[in-house]
Ligand binder design. Structure first.
Ligand SMILES: N[C@@H](CCC(=O)N[C@@H](CS)C(=O)NCC(=O)O)C(=O)O
Length: 217
């Protein structure tokens, strides 16, 4: 098997997707953490978009988390994707939707004013309701964890790291999502996909940004 080297930033939800697949499939890999505020030259040479995750596969370089997930999945059967082409295409579409939700969550945690925070909460909850309407349970497409679940798990992990500190529950009134979140929190390959200090680091980082949400952290 080829040697895998994952270039990571500790707080990145997109990197977390790669690690979940690597852990779920018991794939051996090396990991290298970089500081995105001070990107090393060797990283900029590897990464066409200057973003993590990057996966080095021997001398080859892969980027974009959804592509990395699919590659790792494909080379280690059985696949975490449906085999039926239509179902697989739908899974990819919902992976794209989960990237959109991760973007909204990023904005929600970074806005500076109460008005922007309220507006982003609404936008995020509308997206979550849309996702909930598709969720079969206990996993997104039914009984087994698939790549759609891997792709969205970092979103629910971050909600869980913040939830004990916030005055309102972002998943309030969405019981299917609360159950899904609990399922994710109870899955070892997901909880082990970040270093133990990351939830605290995440809150400390948000405090430094001066984001509205930080006043509760
Ligand atoms: N579409 C990309 C998004 C990756 C991404 O946004 N990574 C962030 C960290 S979480 C990054 O590297 N940002 C550095 C930058 O934009 O300069 C993927 O899915 O891999």
């Amino acid at each position: 098997m080829k040697k895998y080297r994952l270039i990571s930033f500790k707080l990145c939800p997109f990197v977390q997707r790669s690690v979940i697949v690597l852990k779920t499939k018991h794939i051996d890999f090396d990991i290298e953490y970089i500081d995105l505020a001070n990107k090393p030259d060797w990283f900029l040479k590897l990464s066409p978009l200057g973003k993590v995750p990057v996966l080095q596969v021997g001398d080859d370089v892969l980027f974009e988390s959804a592509i990395i997930m699919e590659y790792l999945d494909e080379v280690t059967p059985p696949s975490l994707h449906p085999t039926d082409p239509l179902l697989k295409a739908k899974a990819r579409a919902w992976i794209e939707f989960s990237s959109h939700l991760l973007g909204l969550q990023y904005q929600w945690t970074h806005v500076k004013t109460e008005a922007d925070y309220t507006a982003k909460t609404e936008e995020l909850r509308a997206g979550l309701k849309r996702f909930a309407a598709e969720l079969k349970g206990p996993w997104f497409a039914g009984d087994t964890m698939q790549l759609t679940d891997v792709a969205i798990a970092p979103l629910f992990a971050r909600f869980a790291w913040l939830a004990p500190h916030l005055p309102t529950d972002i998943l309030e009134g969405l019981p299917a999502l609360s159950a899904y979140s609990a399922k994710i929190a109870a899955t070892e390959s997901i909880t082990n996909s970040v270093l133990p200090e990351v939830p605290e680091l995440f809150r400390a980082y948000l405090k430094k940004t001066g984001a509205h949400i930080a006043k509760w952290l």
